[in-house]
Design a protein around this ligand. Structure first.
Ligand code: PMP
Length: 429
């Protein structure tokens, strides 16, 4: 038995499913999850000492690569001063100033400890600000696991949502309307019918939780215009895209400005951090200035701020995001070439340093239905073949992949060699 198998067996005794977050259990791809003990640069190293080129990057934060020396140094320096005070620090103001400078729609920002907290708080804020209860989200988008957001479209899709998790009261879910991603006509129709009840629209500006589906031309612009028309707060959930698809996030990449934004992952540089913010008039509704309550014992934690600030500064250098995107483009082109050579129907999507892989003969992927129509069984085989070849992809056909600035020529060659062998094996059947 491998160390990972032994550790996974032990883990299941006291941790539900052996994991602290479900996708880690490899249910989507089968087999035993790898247990990691070390990570550096573009690589993760498992308990059996096998190295993998990592395209998960802790699900997005590790944009500089793992264990970046300057990030670790910043955390070490802070360590000497204690772990947490539960009182204001100078670093929090520095962080707020930097986030607001990098993302101009952010006039004020509040730090929290996860993406889930960021989106949950932004939604409460939008409801408090507008005095309305309903929210609109999109099929296939994920915004963390708060009650209002674990909701799918009900049979009367335009009016009432139903819980997508046990434990979420139907009474909560009924305020969440779920519409098809990239379908601006559905949004227009819904707002036409019930717009006066809708507090906010929350959207992943690039949908990274159903593989990686970019917004259709005009979709984000359409949301902006419709929100303006109906007095609805537009929230971009940039937990994944923020500081990744461009330094200023998807809103900079696509040139569409939301009212509120949520961030996580990169803003914490690998520590548990999220934040939400946006228009001053809305943000001033938050306690202690306003009536919308929101708080956190570890919010703005000094170690987390040290890691996040250093990460944001390092990725602010000229050319960073162009280099990240260039690696990603070349890697995906290489995969497509090798798939084509093996006669395997295969497509990719990319926005900057995030990407999607699809076993499909469709040329374009624009909807949840397109993603669901892909060959998930083939992805499972591909995932394990790549793992055997020393490449760690997201263990699910419904998650985006991430590159880091530490990925270079060596990693490209390793990845494409593994892929050539994997596609050849898939052709064998
Ligand atoms: N929003 C988006 C777009 C996400 O991708 C995620 C997590 N992957 C979240 C929110 C929730 O963040 P967290 O897991 O930090 O709670």
């Amino acid at each position: 038995m491998s160390r990972s198998e032994i550790l996974f067996n032990n883990a299941q005794k006291h941790i539900p499913g052996g994991v602290n977050s479900p996708v880690r259990a490899f249910r989507g791809v089968g087999g035993t999850p790898l247990f990691f003990k070390h990570a550096e640069g573009a690589y993760v190293i498992d308990e059996d000492d096998k190295r993998y080129v990592d395209y998960v990057g802790s699900w997005g934060p590790m944009i500089l690569g793992h264990a970046h020396p300057q990030v670790l140094d910043a955390v070490r320096r802070q360590l000497e001063h204690g772990l947490s005070y539960g009182a204001p620090t100078a670093m929090e103001t520095e962080m707020a100033e930097l986030v607001c400078a990098l993302v101009p729609s952010m006039e004020m920002v509040r730090m929290v400890s996860s993406g889930t907290e960021a989106t949950m708080s932004a939604i409460r804020l939008a409801r408090g600000y507008t005095g309305r209860d309903s929210i609109i989200k999109f099929e296939g988008c994920y915004h963390g696991h708060s009650d209002s957001l674990l909701v799918k479209a009900g049979s009367g899709a335009l009016t009432q949502g139903v819980p997508s998790s046990a434990g979420v009261p139907a009474d909560f879910a009924k305020h969440t309307l779920t519409l098809p991603y990239n379908d601006i006509a559905a949004v227009e129709q819904t707002l036409g019918e019930v717009g006066q009840n809708v507090a906010c629209i929350i959207v992943e500006p690039v949908a990274g939780n159903m593989n990686c589906v970019p917004p259709a031309p005009g979709f984000l612009e359409g949301l902006r215009a419709l929100c303006d028309r109906h007095g609805v707060v537009l929230i971009f959930d940039e937990v994944m895209t923020g500081f990744r698809v461009a330094l200023g996030g998807a809103q900079a990449h696509y040139g569409v400005t939301p009212d509120l934004s949520t961030f996580g992952k990169i803003v914490g540089g690998g520590m548990p951090v999220g934040c939400f913010g946006g228009k001053r008039a809305i943000m001033e509704c938050i306690a202690p200035l306003g009536p919308v309550y929101q708080a956190g014992t570890l919010s703005g934690n000094p170690l987390a701020m040290a890691a996040g600030l250093t990460t944001l500064k390092l990725i602010s250098r000229d050319g960073f995001h162009a280099e990240l995107a260039d690696y990603t483009t070349r890697m995906l082109a290489g995969l497509r070439e090798r798939a084509a050579a093996a006669g395997i129907p295969f497509a990719t999507t990319q926005v900057g340093g995030m990407f999607g892989l699809y076993f499909t003969d469709k040329a374009e992927i624009t909807s949840f239905a397109d993603v669901m129509a892909c060959d998930a069984e083939r992805f499972k085989r591909f995932f394990h073949l790549m793992l055997d070849g020393g490449v760690y992809l997201a263990p699910s056909a419904f998650e985006a992949g991430f590159t880091s600035i530490a990925h270079g020529a060596t990693e490209l060659a390793l990845t494409l060699d593994a892929a050539e062998r994997a596609f050849a094996a898939l052709r064998q059947g």
